[in-house]
Ligand binder design. Structure first.
Ligand code: GAR
Length: 215
């Protein structure tokens, strides 16, 4: 499977994919990374690991449509099958999504439908939630609300800051993201309306984290 990965910043989730590929846990290859920002850490990771990348900035185009068409063109030229949004902080419209129908997945740092949009970890703290987590979901035209493929939950502790909570969630993001890519590689993910069924998934091995396998 040829992956296209869209990033905007640090790229620790990109790194989790790179590590899983380098360890032989995934058969996919990263055909192209697109960043909408220059000089971000995600691009340093590409350079270090010899991964092709492009910087495509929104402001280089007069419309969002043209911006998304440029990304689609680059991804199609790289023969990308699946697009992973790994900390990509712009909302994609129908222009992009119709080019990759049900082939775009996003990682979001909350248990959706809770705390959609920006600063999900801050939202969980401010709300006083006792449990939050992360979600892997198909991207549809509803922001942070497409069909859920996998979720992992983490506790919110009384002394948590946004940084500490974000780190705790991130450790699980780095597990469920490669795991879901493996499921996609193996063609085991079926979507029925809002429900996503993963054939043969060994659910329930970890308490409170029924989506997690021992990946
Ligand atoms: C991650 O926590 C990811 O879930 C979040 O941005 C961070 C990117 O970190 N994404 C969103 O909030 C998207 N709505 P990374 O660049 O180190 O992978």
């Amino acid at each position: 499977m040829n992956l296209g990965i869209l990033v905007s910043g640090r790229g620790s989730n990109l790194q989790a994919i790179i590590d899983a590929i380098e360890k032989g846990k995934l058969k996919s290859q990263i055909a192209l990374v697109i960043s909408n920002k220059e000089g971000v850490q995600a691009l340093e990771r590409c350079l270090k690991h010899g991964i092709p990348y492009k910087v495509i900035k929104r402001k280089a185009f007069s419309s969002k449509e043209e911006f998304e068409e440029a990304m689609v063109k680059a991804l199609k030229e790289a023969s990308v099958d699946f697009v992973i949004l790994a900390g990509f902080m712009l909302v994609l419209s129908e222009t992009f999504l119709r080019a990759f129908p049900m082939k775009v997945v996003n990682i979001h740092p909350s248990l959706i439908p809770a705390f959609q949009g920006l600063n999900a970890q801050r939202q969980a703290l401010d709300y006083g939630a006792k449990i939050t987590g992360c979600s892997l979901h198909f991207v549809t035209d509803e922001l942070d609300n497409g069909p859920v493929i996998a979720q992992a939950c983490v506790p919110v502790l009384p002394e948590d800051t946004e940084e500490i909570l974000s780190e705790r969630i991130l450790a699980y993001e780095h597990r469920i993201l490669p795991q879901v890519i493996k499921w996609l590689e193996e063609g085991r993910v079926k979507v029925e309306g809002r429900r996503v069924i993963v054939e043969g998934a060994k659910y329930g091995s970890l308490p409170f984290n029924p989506s997690l396998e021992d990946f």
